[in-house]
Design a protein around this ligand. Sequence first.
Ligand code: MEV
Length: 421
Amino acid sequence: MSSRMPGFYSLSLEERKRVAAAALGIELAELEHCLEAGGLPIQKAEHAIENVIGTYALPFALGLNFQVNGVDRVLPMVVEEPSVVAAASNAAKLVRAGGGFHAEVDEGLMIAQVQLDGVPDVQVARARIEDAKVEIIALADSSVPNIIARGGGMRDLEIRDLGDGLLVVHLLVDTLDAMGANIVNTMAETVAPTLASLSGGRVGLRILSNLADRRLVRVRGRVPTSVLAVGEQSGEEVRDAIVRASRFAETDPYRAVTHNKGIMNGVDAVILATGNDFRAVEAGAHGYAARSGKYSPLCTFRVAEDGALEGRLEMPMALGVVGGMIRVHEGAQLALKIARVDSAKTLAMLAGAAGMASNLAALRALATLGIQRGHMALHARQVAIAAGARGHEVDRVAAAINLIGSVTLDEAKAELARIRS
Ligand code: MEV
């Protein structure tokens, strides 16, 4: 399966679905069925949350050209913002020229926190909890037999003294292919009374931490300067401008937040498509970005030894491919099939690659022509396609309406008629 589908954007919706189904080895009827009603029929939506009065759709698109750890991947992306999918696909093509994305993930442990207040002697409490570790792990595991049967479970605990008699115990849990919020919350609630009696303190909160720094994804990507040139600017000039943009974000939190927003454009689109909890990943991402006390970029760029541009991304990515919304959302199930992922770890790597691609695309545009020109060009192409332009006509119509500065459907139709006659 190749993630390259040249000219995909210029096809009609019907053609795009047919080409995608054929390329992905998915029946067209299945693809269309899964995306009916946005993948979530009202009968299912009604029972998913409370007070439901309807459903709310967003565009479902394909991120193309991605190669991650040597394997071509088509990324399902759900996002309302124009340019995000095109930009990520373009950047993925650039990274592909440098050998594709290289990604890895941590072993993958979720953290559940148990707050213990009013602990009379923190040293004594710490020793007693450490001594009872095996029993605590067994007790926690007994509350989630399903995950234990599949090989997951609590691996360790950590004790943190936050001062003033406030002790926090972290349960470190392998939740396998689930995001794991329910699993670790259940475990925390189960062991909290035992921890309270061992410590002599009172039970406070028992809840996961979204600062999932035991579930990090790391992505590397190289882009040879031969493919980086923009307009009059050489590949080397664009590379250096991207590195300066990266340093700007490394120096200034005002810029770092926007830089990271650009990363989350790609990450969230994959997370939403696959039915995952984007608020959890957002919270974890920004917490991780601020871990040194100074808010910093999650992806940075430098010049590699051979002169190529090299990007490195590191961020928490607590995702699941089973459980939660995925169980009922047919669009999410289709998304996982499109991405060909069967593990949370692989999905985390793809989301990380989407993040780096979105960041690279934004920096390349911002550091050269600015993003508005690209936005307008893309918008003109969409209008040309809506007017009926196909194949090579799309760029000709788009260029013409862009040039006269009137990017409207009427103008595009008139231009298309002129070209065809
Ligand atoms: C817009 O959605 C994202 C950007 O602002 C990101 C950035 O500035 O790097 C273009």
